[in-house]
Ligand binder design. Structure first.
Ligand code: G3H
Ligand code: ZN
Length: 297
């Protein structure tokens, strides 16, 4: 069923595991993620970046597509339709269109401005039962034209954002979007620990923290992050790499055997793209095991 995400993310935070937020790009990509989530019996967020939504035909299209697939595939696990790294106007559009969850990313703005807009988004979204993620500090790398420096999230900013009633909070702890560079220093778990303690103290309850740039972080660091308050991990690049690697392998194989390519009609997109999409399902399932959310639906 389509649901907002605050309940299952809070349950993950309270019980020491994390839910995957997986980005989608098209119909088959969405099917691949849903298939994995259903097989693993985990709640899941299917997320569209602003760019992916544009590519897919707009937010309404994305909402209807995900919703329709959940129904036609007989998906029984909780699924949130989530906007990833949304600007203010995009967040408002997703509230209109009927996303069940959204991220307002004002991390590139001065903190006062970020908080002011976040407050407005939270009020409007919560009035419709939609869960909200906001971000303080910035995440390294580039996503949809938003370039983050990868600075550590200031603790005061995180507490101020939590006090607005955000459902889960993205905070930079040395994480980066896209593939990690050779000389990456790893997650700043010490900073995360301080951040988590400050949030619990200020709010009197556990605040779920979101780890962006989930692709390529060593599993032991992901587990350590979960042990210190992370309850949602965002994954995009990893699925793209898995898709591309499987597709390239497939192409290389039939390149060497043109006769078989024609005989088996491998040019049919349903066959041509299958190895890639199967690879996404496998990589999502594997991530879910690391995040510990299997059998929590
Ligand atoms: O918001 C999306 C995630 O932070 C994706 O990061 O592409 O490095 O997995 P990633
Ligand atoms: Zn992100």
């Amino acid at each position: 069923a389509i649901v907002s995400a605050e309940k299952f993310v809070q349950a993950a935070r309270d019980n020491g595991y994390a839910i995957g937020g997986f980005n989608t790009n098209n119909l088959e990509w969405t099917q691949a993620i849903l298939r994995a989530a259903e097989a693993k019996k985990t709640p899941v967020l299917i997320q569209t970046s602003m760019g992916a939504a544009k590519y897919m035909g707009g937010y309404k299209m994305c909402k209807l597509l995900i919703e329709t697939l959940v129904e036609s595939m007989g998906i029984t696990v909780p699924v949130a339709i989530h906007l990833d790294h949304g600007h203010f106007d995009d967040a408002l559009e997703c509230i209109e269109v009927g996303y069940s969850s959204l991220m307002f990313d004002g991390s590139h703005l001065p903190i006062e401005e970020n908080l002011k807009l976040a407050e407005e988004v939270i009020a409007k979204a919560h009035a419709k039962g939609i869960s909200v993620e906001c971000e303080v500090g910035s995440i390294g790398g580039e996503e949809d034209g938003i370039v983050g420096e990868g600075e550590l999230a200031p603790i005061d900013d995180a507490v101020a954002m939590a006090k607005l009633g955000v459902d889960f909070l993205a905070a930079g702890i040395g994480n980066i979007h896209g593939p990690y560079p050779e000389n990456w220093k790893g997650l700043h778990i010490d900073h995360l620990e301080k951040l988590n303690k400050a949030l619990v103290e200020a709010m009197g309850h556990n605040v779920p923290i979101v780890l962006h740039g989930g692709s390529g972080i060593p599993d032991d660091q992901i587990r350590e992050a979960i042990a210190n308050g992370v309850a949602k991990v965002n994954v995009n690049t990893e699925c793209q790499l898995a898709f591309a690697a499987a597709t390239r392998k497939f192409v290389n194989e039939f390149d060497a055997n043109e006769a078989e390519y024609m005989k088996k009609k491998l040019f049919d997109p349903r066959k041509f793209l299958k190895p890639g999409f199967d690879a996404i399902t496998a990589s999502v399932e594997e991530r879910i095991d690391v995040f510990g959310s299997a059998n929590k639906a």
